[in-house]
Write a protein that binds this ligand. Structure first.
Ligand code: FES
Length: 583
């Protein structure tokens, strides 16, 4: 393998090799139509996550053609390869179960082949995180090319967003305010082009993060999937990766501590998805850095929320693109950013931002007159979440920012399904809904079920938000008072496991508190009576996941994929930063 300073590209060790294996490499490659001249060029892998099972990536083969054009133009030799493709709508039980598999797949494909540099094409929620994690671990020159968001949905003159409006339409249909025909019409109108979800959900957040980190070309994240300029961006990305190989600029030269902080600032200023926290923690660990949740809270408190894009704002990715996209947002954030960071352009953040302008102040607010003076995500701690929990402040109802209420507990998703709409359920609008056993090990895979449905009888009374707490995740497109990622989770004996119906729970965003008002003696009794749940799997990938996945505050990576010095003290169960602090 080519090391940074040994002067040889990895592909040269294959194609310039004078042994029988060199003959085999050359002959088998030339059989695909490549010439002797071609195989002397840098080999650029193009990681294509196209799949008909992944709607968000349906247009990727088209983008690949343009990337290849750019690679050839710049003097490289493109070689496309597949990895698993994870799309949110179909994958059961949850895509998060497969993120680490995708990261391993991408990593091993990059390691095992004569690839000098790679273009990573991703889009749907878990794909860009997996690709960044792989790039961090392998550390060969890499650029992320996001697939781009869908065009705005349109219906009766209204702009629709997937999947924020998916929740709204489903809720209103359930409440009896929409007919079956109207629901079907909405289904037809909401997703009207190729691309990923067009609000600031996880996909848009992670594409923005790739750009904020310096791992995508400036402007890449917000271009609509079907806009001709995404094809231009694909071609430019193909050209640029060849230059990165020639300059030997690698992901670890770009994804520094400062670059991670820039990415967190972009996330907070954008009202980005809570899922980004898990992915950024996992990415930082792959880079050899611990990234405690407190860092997010600190940066969030120092970063104004300035992007008026749903689900926390009014507009969508199409308007964000027209307002200048991530470069314009970063231009506004420039005084807060580490502008000396290197990026895939080969230039610094400051150089990339030279001359950039915000084109629409309705979409990107000034730093001096923000939508909110601090960022979107708050880290809560307390006896209910000793290793932390997250809440997206920008989506919280004002009256619930400080609240005490009685717990209504659901032990599992099945329990929730069976009882949530029971007219006899003892619940009112001030209750706190608790959902257990939907964490990394509990569900398993930490599904996006933290947007616990409002009970039917309260829906009919007009209730549209309640305090809801779980050890699961939420979609980046969710809204409401949703406390998620409670760590440690119930399935490993975290305090959430001991909450009972009627317990008083306190939430206080300003003071970062999540407290279970049950005395210590009673909690100790409940802990002593706790029975560990049975594992879900006795073979296969599921078993590997269940045995090795870390807690949410450690990014849900597998323990053996994290550099040794950052692994928790035990790999047996409670794999959270609590354990790491014991090291
Ligand atoms: Fe793929 Fe939303 S379903 S990004």
């Amino acid at each position: 393998m080519c090391n940074k300073n040994d002067g040889h590209r990895k592909s040269e060790t294959y194609f310039q090799d004078q042994t029988m294996w060199g003959f085999v490499h050359r002959s088998f490659t030339k059989s695909m139509g490549y010439t002797d001249e071609d195989i002397r060029k840098p080999v650029i892998g193009i990681c294509n996550t196209f799949s008909e099972l992944n709607k968000c990536h349906a247009h990727f083969n088209d983008l690949v053609d343009y990337v290849k054009r750019g690679v050839w133009q710049a003097g490289g030799m493109p070689m496309e390869f597949p990895t698993i493709s994870i799309g949110e709508p179909y994958v059961k039980p949850t895509t998060m179960l497969l993120r680490n598999l995708a990261a391993m797949d991408t990593e091993e494909m990059m390691r095992a082949h004569p690839i000098d540099g790679v273009v990573l094409i991703g889009g749907c929620d878990k794909t860009i995180p997996a690709q960044l994690m792989a790039a961090a671990s392998v550390n060969i020159p890499a650029i992320v090319l996001a697939g781009g968001p869908m065009l705005n949905g349109r219906l009766n003159g209204e702009s629709l967003g997937a999947c924020t409006d998916c929740y709204r339409f489903t809720l209103e249909h359930k409440a009896g305010n929409l007919s079956d025909e109207q629901l079907s019409e909405a289904e037809n109108a909401i997703c009207r082009s190729d691309g990923h979800c067009m609000v600031m959900g996880t996909a848009s957040t992670m594409a923005s993060i790739a750009e904020g980190l310096g791992m995508s070309l400036p402007g890449c994240a917000a271009i609509p999937a079907v806009d001709a300029r995404r094809r231009h961006m694909s071609e430019m990305t193909g050209k640029q990766i060849v230059k990165l190989v020639e300059a030997d600029i690698r992901p670890r030269d770009i994804m520094t501590k400062e670059a991670l902080e820039n990415a967190i600032k972009v996330t907070m200023a954008s009202g980005g998805s809570t899922n980004a926290i898990i992915h950024l923690v996992a990415l930082a660990q792959r880079l050899g850095m611990a990234l405690p949740l407190e860092n997010f809270d600190k940066i969030s408190a120092e970063t104004p929320f300035i992007l008026n894009v749903r689900p926390s704002g009014q507009y969508q990715m199409e308007e964000y693109f027209e307002a200048g996209g991530v470069p314009a947002l970063m231009k506004e954030l420039e005084p807060l950013l580490h502008t000396a960071c290197l990026t895939v352009t080969g230039k610094t953040v400051a150089e990339n931002l030279d001359g950039v302008k915000v084109l629409d102040r309705q979409v990107i607010y000034p730093l001096t007159d923000p939508i909110e003076k601090d960022g979107g995500i708050v880290v809560l701690k307390g006896n209910l979440a000793p290793s932390g929990a997250l809440i997206k402040k920008t989506a919280v109802s004002e009256k619930f920012k400080k609240h005490k209420g009685r717990a209504v507990v659901f032990e599992s998703l099945i329990d929730l399904d069976n009882r949530i709409d029971d007219p006899a359920l003892d619940v009112d609008e001030n209750s706190v809904l608790i959902l257990k056993h939907v964490g990394p090990k509990g569900a398993p895979g930490m599904p996006e079920v933290g947007q616990i449905p409002i009970p039917q009888k309260l829906l009919e009374k007009g209730v549209r938000d309640m305090v809801r707490i779980s050890d699961g995740r939420i979609s980046g497109t969710s809204y409401g008072t949703l406390v998620v990622h409670v760590a440690p989770e119930a399935a490993v004996g975290g305090p959430l496991a001991f909450v009972k119906d009627g317990d008083e729970i306190e939430i206080d965003l300003q003071n970062r508190v999540l407290h279970l008002h049950v005395n210590e003696e009673e909690l100790a009794n409940r802990r002593a009576a706790w029975v560990r749940p049975q594992p879900h799997f006795d073979r296969g990938y599921g078993m590997l996941f269940e045995q090795t996945v870390l807690q949410a505050d450690m990014g849900c990576d597998f323990d053996f994929l994290v550099p040794k010095q950052l692994r928790p003290a035990t790999t047996a169960e409670n794999q959270s930063s609590d354990r790491r602090e014991e090291l």
